[in-house]
Design a protein around this ligand. Structure first.
Ligand code: NAD
Length: 432
């Protein structure tokens, strides 16, 4: 298929890198966002989100004269939808953004166009949701226009690199749509491109994240069992993983982020009668913050009026993303239990959390704490030395929920003990 122009709808973490990368590969791109602030910011050359390397590519795209920004969907050879698909209460997929994006294409859809949905979506979304909306144009899918689904599987922090080098899957509503999708992404993708049908490619994205969620759930459940039976789960996992066919993931305070903790619900919602395992795993991970609170009660006794320094609120190390973060939930639960919580989150010090003081300063957080709790293994926390912590707080009590101290290594353990610290780890009853 001849591709001279692309209209990318949604200019967030996925849409903007994709749009600007196409534009730096010689195609004329119009980036569309319905948020006027996003449009205004990009039109003045300012990138509104942080992702390493993104600003450079956007600037190159703008300077090359191939990248326009608009609030309205415009005619193009290809339309690419990259709008959010969050869930709302009751764990249901919120597809209103996808619907609105597809509706915005209807008035400008022409014969021979290709439409690609990239947003993570429940199975059959392309066929049963997007296709009927597009056909309101009077054109017929498969006959007059092409339609495909291609999930985005990049890692935040490495999006610009992974966009180009990861393998990619394109699912068409028919063979011609899949092949047109392959031609489209071949413009910049250097990884392998697999073609299949649209529902399979929707499933692939959801299966990948669900697989990870279930594997973390079993690790979390092992941490509870280890706690009950006087075992150190971290030691047990590291020895079990020496087996050539075992790869147990790490436990922690739960699972967060807007992908792994959300996407499995799309499958449960779509087929509740046949997804008991996925449903249970989600609930296991959602209950893990409560396990952290129980451990804290055991360590500190009555929680009311205790002061705890919480280290980290992000959903994973070294990112500024706090969406669905279990660390935030732990901090909230501690506050509700009467704890005076000060959270140190160097990646988002201006984050507002009711009743919780948030700071970028480790010193301020730990100064008068009764205990220091590691909830995210940010590099800054992992590299903390006992002598450094000793100087800035009088407490010698640590609750480590993410093995931030690398306790399994004997050379790491001894200096903390020598400095007088008592370390309680999640899932480690053996050393308590
Ligand atoms: N961020 C990631 O790391 C990641 C990774 C894989 C998949 N995904 C999936 O990609 C999709 C997009 O995620 P994101 O992180 O880029 O979201 P985002 O929130 O960063 O950006 C989405 C943008 O779409 C705009 N928008 C919403 N409705 C619109 C409409 N009708 N018309 C025009 N613009 C509209 C919003 O204003 C926003 O700027 C989601 O389905 C997400 O699950 C994201």
């Amino acid at each position: 298929m001849q591709i001279n122009s692309i209209c990318v709808i949604g200019l967030g973490y996925i849409g903007l890198p994709t749009a600007s990368t196409f534009a730096t590969h010689g195609v004329h791109v119009t980036g569309v966002d319905n948020n006027p602030d996003v449009v205004k910011s990009l039109q003045s050359g300012k990138v509104h989100i942080f992702e390493p390397g993104l600003n450079e590519v956007v600037q190159e795209a703008i300077q090359g004269g191939k990248f326009d920004i608009s609030q309205k969907t415009v005619p193009a050879d290809v339309f690419l939808i990259a709008v959010p698909t969050p869930f709302y209460d009751g764990k249901k997929a919120d597809m209103r953004f996808v619907d609105a994006a597809a509706e915005s294409i209807v008035p400008v859809l022409r014969k021979g166009n290709l439409v690609v949905l990239e947003s993570t979506s429940p199975p059959l979304t392309t066929l049963e949701r997007v296709l009927p909306i597009l056909e309101r144009s009077g054109l017929k899918a498969g006959q007059d226009f092409l339609l495909a689904y291609s999930p985005e599987r990049v890692l935040p922090g490495k999006i610009m690199d992974e966009l180009i080098h990861n393998s990619r899957v394109i699912g068409g509503i028919d063979q011609a749509s899949a092949e047109a999708g392959r031609d489209l992404y071949r413009i910049f993708v250097e990884g392998e491109i697999f073609t299949t049908d649209s529902t399979t490619s929707e499933m692939i994205k959801l299966m990948e994240n669900t697989y990870r969620d279930i594997n973390i759930a079993i690790a979390n459940e092992f941490s509870r069992l280890a706690d009950r039976f006087g075992v150190d789960v971290w030691e047990a996992i590291s020895i079990a993983n020496k087996h050539p066919r075992v790869k147990i993931l790490n436990p922690g305070p739960g699972v967060g982020g807007h992908c792994i903790s959300v996407d499995p619900w799309f499958l449960v919602e779509a087929a509740p009668d046949i997804t008991p395992l996925i449903n249970t795993a989600r609930n296991v991970n959602d209950q893990q913050p409560e396990f952290v609170i129980a451990l804290t009660r055991r360590v500190l006794g009555e929680l009311k009026n205790k002061k705890i320094a919480v280290l980290g609120l992000a959903f994973k190390p070294d990112v500024d993303d706090l969406r669905e973060s279990p660390a935030v939930e732990v901090a909230e639960k501690l506050h509700k239990a009467g704890v005076d919580v000060i959270a140190c989150e160097p990646f988002k010090p201006d984050f507002k959390l009711e009743g919780v003081q948030v700071t970028a300063s480790l010193e301020d957080a730990v100064r008068s704490a009764d205990a220091v709790m590691f909830l995210v293994a940010h590099t800054q926390f992992r590299s903390l030395k006992p002598s450094e912590l000793q100087k800035i707080t009088s407490t010698r009590l640590i609750i480590d929920c993410v093995d931030a101290l690398d306790w399994e290594k004997s050379d790491k353990r001894q200096p903390w003990l020598d400095a007088g610290f008592t370390v309680y780890r999640l899932g480690d009853r053996k050393n308590q």
